[in-house]
Design a protein around this ligand. Structure first.
Ligand SMILES: Cc1cc2nc3c(=O)[nH]c(=O)nc-3n(C[C@H](O)[C@H](O)[C@H](O)COP(=O)(O)O)c2cc1C
Ligand SMILES: C=C(O[C@@H]1CC(C(=O)O)=C[C@@H](OP(=O)(O)O)[C@H]1O)C(=O)O
Length: 390
């Protein structure tokens, strides 16, 4: 299973084509739209999110609400496009408008893709870079992730996510009984945080950053339950599933680090306090006393919950200007900008769930079959029985 995305932030639409989704999966636009609206909520976002009401249209690969095994094309319209048609070059421009509409962006923002992208592709107008480097693209990654989550759910795998930290405010380790409960609690929090007290402080930190013309980042965590043992492989570097998950999380705009299980904490502990002791009983087969490894050993799943965290840097576009250089005049300037998010960590936690879900769905299909959901389900059940009694 694979996908590509296309579309500019202020262009007409975003598109993704999903290749290799098995036949026999129930799939409706409503299922995808549920995830799209989750990504749009979240405290700290700018005015753009009030303009967009993301809705997916399924234009191929599904009949009567069930996948047929053909490529699935998903389309999400950009409502904001109507304000940008002339700038994007898709509507006629009057002679009086020429200068205004064709004005180039020549002032790169520190922290964004502007300067490197302009040098790489030879663009003197950095709009050609920012349109595609924008995290608007994560909309269709969430749409693809919604399809992956639907596959996973059919196969008994549940994915949840939450915000651990924003702007230095850390959430306490609040216990939850199930992924459903985790999702229910975070759905009610404007910052998708399990700890209500920390959540309030996070919102305050976002307000403060905004007031100061600044931005803040944070840490998100994704938890996955129900993966069978032995998915992924140690035999070749590019088959290690935890490496694929890390790459997927790192590919989200503004993500700068990934941890699995106790992650960097492992550097400070002796082995006896890191490795998860193995136990067996008739009902559950092989399990672990702890889960410091976060669900992976040797690039393969252990059957314990997968726990992966990603760190998001603060948003680059700042109302408080940072120094940069105009690429036409080579003069220094202090950037001024019109609109931006001040914190997108809550939204990014939904993106993180989505990209993790995609990688896991791909791995399950590689391991247990590609074509029919019913056959894949049977293969997984057989494998679970086999590993329990191994
Ligand atoms: C959901 C989301 C929303 C974002 N919103 C903005 C924004 O409003 N302004 C901005 O400058 N960057 C925003 N970013 C971050 C940039 O897209 C990102 O920093 C840029 O693509 C450069 O890539 P890099 O930070 O991974 O190096 C957002 C990222 C995410 C995940
Ligand atoms: C549009 C989205 O995020 C955008 C990501 C983004 C960036 O530079 O990454 C910049 C902003 O775009 P604009 O300049 O149009 O306000 C965000 O709003 C979205 O998440 O759907």
């Amino acid at each position: 299973m694979r996908y590509l995305t296309a579309g500019e932030s202020h262009g007409p639409q975003l598109t993704t084509i999903l290749e290799g989704v098995p036949a026999g999966l129930e799939l409706t636009a409503e299922m995808i739209n549920y995830e799209l609206q989750r990504r749009q909520k979240g405290y700290g976002r700018g005015r753009r999110m009030q303009i967009e009401k993301d809705q997916a249209q399924i234009t191929s690969g599904v009949r009567h609400g069930v996948t047929i095994g053909a490529p699935i094309a998903l389309v999400v319209q950009n409502n904001d496009f109507k304000h940008w048609q002339k700038i994007m070059g898709t509507a006629p421009i009057s002679p009086e408008e020429q200068e205004e509409v064709k004005r180039k962006i020549t002032r790169p923002r520190p922290g964004h893709a502007d300067l490197n992208g302009a040098i790489k592709y030879g663009h003197r107008d950095m709009r050609n870079v920012l349109e595609r480097s924008s995290a608007r693209e994560t909309t269709v990654r969430v749409a693809a992730g919604a399809v992956a989550k639907t596959i996973l759910s059919e196969l008994g795998v549940k994915v949840g996510g939450h915000v651990k930290e924003i702007g230095g405010v850390k959430a306490e380790n609040i216990q939850y009984n199930s992924i459903e409960e985790l999702q229910r609690i975070t759905e009610e929090s404007p910052v998708r945080c399990l700890d209500p007290e920390a959540g309030e402080k996070m919102m305050q930190a976002i307000d403060d950053a905004k007031k100061n013309g600044d931005s803040i980042g944070g840490i998100v965590e994704v938890i996955v339950e129900g993966m069978p043992i032995g998915v992924g492989s140690y035999v070749q570097y590019d088959r290690k599933l935890e490496a694929k998950l890390a790459a997927a999380v790192m590919s989200i705009n503004a993500f700068k680090g990934v941890e699995i299980g106790i992650g960097f904490e492992a550097a400070h502990r002796p082995g006896s306090q890191v490795h998860d002791e193995i136990q067996w009983n008739e009902e559950n087969g092989y399990t672990r006393r702890t889960n410091n490894a976060g669900g992976f050993e040797g690039g393969m799943t252990t059957g314990m919950p997968i726990v992966i965290r990603g760190v998001m840097k603060p948003i680059p576009t700042l109302y408080k200007p940072l120094e940069s250089v105009d690429i036409d005049t080579k003069e220094p300037f202090k950037a001024s900008i019109e609109r931006s998010d001040s914190c997108a960590v809550p939204a990014a936690s939904v993106v993180a769930e989505s990209v993790v879900a995609w990688e896991l769905a791909v791995a399950l299909l590689e391991e247990f079959g590609h074509d029919r959901m019913s056959a894949i389900k049977e293969n997984i059940e057989r494998h679970k029985e086999y590993s329990k009694n191994f």
